[in-house]
Write a protein that binds this ligand. Structure first.
Ligand code: ZN
Length: 274
């Protein structure tokens, strides 16, 4: 999604703004967001974890977008019928519209001050996102940083990986896929990993996220995640455990199991992830 925004909307001006969703803008009055966006020039999108950051004008402020469970950003011709649950529409200077659609309304938009990232650099981190841990694809997230963070932690490994304060950007699908790649069980106490296991986990998280980006993300049967043009991703066809209960493990041929953890499903191969 970030790549799509950077390719398609960077350099466009916002010519009109309409916010109709009552929950879509909730950190500030919707009228303030509308006023700030109208006439603004959109810069090249950045990302920290699951938050998209679109710099405005000189980059001192940024439009922050979180899609949460069901949000979609769609780039359309102006005449297209509005999809149900369209909560915000930005008219762009190239005549197209950037629309925010979100049936479950957990997603949000807000404008925040951002330390400038410098010419050509992605925007800095707004104060509202200060609680987020490092993005695992950022250069600073090394195996040593991961290892230091794990010391003394008793939480189950999967839950810590999904804790956005620990590392930002990993959810239910990519934690399962990364733990399979690393050959680690989801419920290992996080502080119990050996140096070799920490190295495997670090490589696995980065490989999984990079591959997922290359294959344009995972679109499940609910088809909630689609790209700017409404097209689904392709990574779901490459999942090795997530959503594959009962199917053969790609490594050992044994069955992939599903276990309920904290009300959500965890998928693993118990042979390969002892
Ligand atoms: Zn296996």
């Amino acid at each position: 999604m970030r790549r799509g925004l950077a390719l398609e909307v960077a350099g466009r001006d916002v010519t009109s703004v309409a916010v109709t969703g009552a929950r879509t803008v909730r950190r500030q009055p919707a009228v303030a967001l509308v006023e700030r966006l109208r006439g603004a020039r959109l810069g090249e999108a950045g990302r920290i974890g699951k938050f998209l950051l679109v710099p405005l004008d000189d980059g001192a402020e940024t439009l922050v977008i979180h899609l949460r469970m069901s949000g979609q950003l769609l780039l359309t011709a102006p005449g297209w019928p509005l999809a149900k649950h369209t909560h915000a529409v930005l008219g762009l200077s190239d005549g197209r519209e950037l629309r925010f659609v979100d049936p479950r309304t957990f997603g949000e938009l807000f404008v925040a001050a951002a330390p400038p990232g410098g010419p050509g650099a992605p925007p800095g981190r707004p104060a509202a996102l200060a609680h987020l841990g490092p993005d695992p694809l950022s250069p600073g997230w090394s195996a040593a940083v991961l290892g230091r963070g794990l010391i003394g932690r008793t939480a189950r490994l999967k839950l810590l990986l999904m804790d956005q304060r620990f590392v930002a950007g990993i959810g239910n699908i990519y934690s399962d896929e990364a733990l399979f790649e690393a050959r680690l069980r989801f419920d290992r106490p996080a502080g119990s990993l050996s140096g070799d296991e920490i190295g495997r986990l670090h490589r696995a998280v980065r490989k999984t996220l990079r591959d997922a980006v290359t294959h344009r993300g995972s679109s499940l049967r609910d088809a909630q995640y689609v790209d700017l043009f409404g097209a689904p991703g392709d990574y779901q066809n490459r999942h090795r455990v997530y959503g594959r209960e009962g199917e053969p493990c790609t490594r050992c041929g044994g069955p992939v199991r599903r276990i309920s953890l904290g009300g959500r499903s965890t998928f693993l191969c118990e042979t390969c992830q002892p």
